[in-house]
Design a protein around this ligand. Sequence first.
Ligand code: GLY
Length: 303
Amino acid sequence: MKPVMVATWNFGVKAVSKGMDILLSGGSALDAVEEGIKVVEDDLEVLSVGLGGLPNVEGEVELDASIMDGGTLRCGAVGALKDIRHPISVARKVMELTPHVLLVGEGALKFALRCGFKRERFWKPGSRERWEEMLENLRKGKYEVESFYGRVWKAVGGLWKETVSAVALDAKGCMAAGNSTTGLFMKMPGRVGDSAVIGAGLYVDNRVGGAVTTGTGEVAINYCLSKRVCDLMASGLNPKEACEKAIAETLYRRNFDGGIAVLALNNKGEVGAAHSLKEFVYAYQDGGMDKPELRKVERFSGC
Ligand code: GLY
């Protein structure tokens, strides 16, 4: 079978490039997704993913990540995890070593340390400055809405919700999906987004395909978006049709201000995406290509 990997946003190119090296040398979809995402977590220029990126309103970076194996349907996730460089790898340990799916906060950190992950703390260049600037703007009342968190929500607008989210299909026909993010910039402490919620931020099943999201996590959680897309593909829709139908459903009630994107890969290697953001791109590579290409997706016409 021809391997394929997709990942969200411009930085998805680096994730796919690393993941495809693994897939083309006979590695598993699970390894491709984990190792690809780790590259973005380590990238000092990406402030919306990884330790040292954009923090919550109190200046603490709380990381969300999850991973899923499409063969067994086993999955693992961490939410509001502090001080660990590779939350995607902790999520994988949750999947492989515990009887649980999701560990959060202090418990997730304790588990990571017990697994041998090192405790670290640093700021990526520009991250602290953006936090201080945003706090200053909020103090000056530049963003007028009733509550403090209302002002935060308004201030961050469409910014900094760029999750690295990936789906891979390996040469044996096995699939995996994963994602990792610092979450919404200036979020409330303890807020966990879609990237840690199986069915919302990701879902994958070898019998059908996989889907992942990026954007306003609350939207993906509210509509169980990734699982919804997989169910629609299982009912016979191709990935593009499934993504568009699911996005149309999120727009029907408009419960949240922010937009969302969903990216899907089925078990035949077909890809589709749809979104209600200002813009959305993803990286794609299959076994016939020597490097990833970036694909732009037009905003869903029903927005
Ligand atoms: N999708 C990223 C987040 O909302 O946390």
